[in-house]
Design a protein around this ligand. Structure first.
Ligand code: NAP
Length: 300
């Protein structure tokens, strides 16, 4: 079994981004600028945004955070999004999810200028991904396909089973791996809570992607010998063995599954760092106007 080292790959990409940003500044251009809107006091959301801010700083990318109360009205949030959409000095915009119940996630996503949608959640960007047109891929799926690519893992003609069909992980990664691209050309099966005989389907996978949100759900009997296992899940579980009193685990029972597979991503240190770096890659693309031309806006 070989470990897929997300930290190592993400570290190399971060260094490439840092150099590219430095070269842009040397050439008299602005450094890329990512704006994040953070609503409410959810500790996990605050932690994720703090990580994004730290990652930007390390790569030379400017970050601005707009923190708002969870009492904010939808219209007020739209005004902030419109303001950022119209600010030529800001290249990328993310709205940290989840949002309070009174705010429509889809309306918010669709309010973001697709050219600044570096999370890749806007329907236009999702549609472009399906059609194999240049776009921003959602960060976690983008990170996963880069891991497969960097480790030279053959995907063509392989049976890929994706556990989970969320808009941010399961569905987009299943699309990316079924496209006529490399990595891609897989025969993809998506499993979800209504799937029958999930264990049997999973055990037929050459590439198994677990994004189900249940700690240790994937056991050795669900994995084919020599399969490639990508564990997207992240869970804090209590542990008496660590000083912090908790441990991070994935959706896969690492100890038993790692003995059977050819490659596996660890948790932490697998998909997580690649998700973080993918956001910076998208921000750099936005700054370089690679996908949308300067001044692009979607008429409402
Ligand atoms: P999500 O929105 O909760 O989706 C979970 C999916 O799993 C749903 O499609 C659900 O089916 C399916 N599911 C849940 N229980 C199931 C069961 N018992 N049998 C079959 N299917 C089941 O989760 P997500 O946002 O995709 O995230 C998945 C996991 O990845 C979480 O642990 C999350 O923390 C982690 N994550 C990690 C990263 C990273 O960077 N490493 C990034 C994003 C997410 P239905 O659709 O039928 O409900």
């Amino acid at each position: 079994m070989a470990l897929i080292d997300g930290n190592k790959i993400a570290g190399k990409i971060k260094e490439e981004i840092r150099k590219e940003v430095a070269a842009m500044m040397d050439a008299g251009k602005n450094s890329p600028h990512l704006a994040a809107i953070l609503i409410g006091d959810d500790p996990a959301s605050h932690t994720y945004v703090a990580y994004k801010e730290k990652d930007c700083k390390a790569a030379g990318i400017i970050s601005s955070i707009y923190k708002k109360s969870d009492k904010i009205k939808e219209e007020e949030l739209f005004e902030i999004i419109d303001f950022i959409n119209n600010d030529d000095e800001i290249d990328g915009l993310i709205v940290q999810l989840p949002l309070p119940d009174h705010i429509s996630e889809q309306k918010v996503i669709q309010r973001i200028n697709p050219a600044k949608d570096v999370d890749g959640f806007h329907p236009l960007n999702i549609g472009k991904m399906i059609l194999n047109l240049p776009t921003y891929f959602p960060a976690t799926p983008y990170g996963i396909i880069q891991l497969l690519e960097k480790y030279n893992i053959e995907t063509e003609g392989k049976n890929c089973v994706v556990l989970g069909r969320s808009n941010i992980v399961g569905t987009p990664v299943s699309i990316l791996l079924s496209r006529k691209t490399n990595p891609g050309n897989c025969t993809v099966t998506i499993c979800h809570s209504r799937t029958r005989e999930l264990k049997k389907i999973a055990a037929n996978a050459d590439i198994l992607i677990a994004a189900i949100g249940k700690p240790g759900y994937v056991t050795a009997d669900m994995v084919k010998n020599n399969a490639v296992v990508i564990d997207v899940g992240i869970h804090r579980v209590r542990s008496s063995k660590t000083n912090s009193g908790y441990n991070l685990v994935g959706d896969v029972k690492f100890d038993e599954v790692s003995k059977k597979c050819s490659y596996i991503t660890p948790v932490p240190g697998g998909v997580g760092p690649m998700t973080r770096i993918a956001l910076l890659q998208n921000t750099l693309k936005a700054a370089k106007k690679i996908i949308y031309p300067e001044g692009y806006t979607l008429s409402k």
